[in-house]
Design a binder for this molecule. Sequence first.
Ligand code: SF4
Length: 287
Amino acid sequence: MLIAKGIAHIFFLTIYFLLFIFSRIFALVMSTIIYDSPVFGPIHSRRLGISLGINLLPKGGKVCSFDCIYCECGLNKERRTKNPLPTAEEVVEGLRSKLLELRKKGIVPDVLTFAGNGEPTLHPYFPEIVDRVREVRDRLCPSAKMSILSNATQIRRPEIREALMHFDNNILKLDTVSPIYINNVDRPQGHYDVEEQIACLECFQGKCIIQTMLMRGEYNGFCLDNTTEEYVAPYIEALRRIKPRAVMLYTLDRETPVAGQEKASPEAMEAIAARIRQLGIEVSVSY
Ligand code: SF4
């Protein structure tokens, strides 16, 4: 009798353990997006229109100099890969054949967007790839704009700033100017100094768009609400210095890799947008 009870106990524990593992895998897969090629889409972007994506990171994994707790690719440690970075040739060839395929279907992308499985500017041949993608764009799809979604961690490097100047939409992340918040939410994986970031963002002389994630909630006991005055006042001051061409405010759009995060309220987002507009800067708000 005792043995039977013991076996039943182990059986239920095993089932419980397996269900827990499957639910974690399911949640991870459902809440994250990882691309398997250097060119993906086209997808309809909330902010950019019909967008053909260019992924300079390895297929099937993530490489990023941030590890944002809201990252749509998942957390860095869950998405490590041994796959190599795509070569410049693979990116350019992939783009060329995709544009020819779309042309046959009568589809013209509004934009070619450097984004994907992490931070595009980490690719060692980023400036060269930008030049070559521009050549392909000019030849096969001259009406498409070039955009990039970057976390801006590499803008200390002059060659990266120069390459970013070639984009029609040079979209750079700045969620807040609080180092504590950045360390808890964006979680830089190397050197990151907010003051230095703001100074480098000023170097673009308005040829950049600041993208800011606003949210609420709590993670590991840390309050995630960056819509309060404590965060907003210094952020507005930074924007006054940077003078970006525009600001994109957005909030969570899908499940996040860790629990506890909540969408910012539309009212809080609109209130921040109104303050930015007072600086004469164009703002879009997505919630
Ligand atoms: S910067 Fe972008 S890709 Fe990198 S962790 Fe943050 S959200 Fe993910």
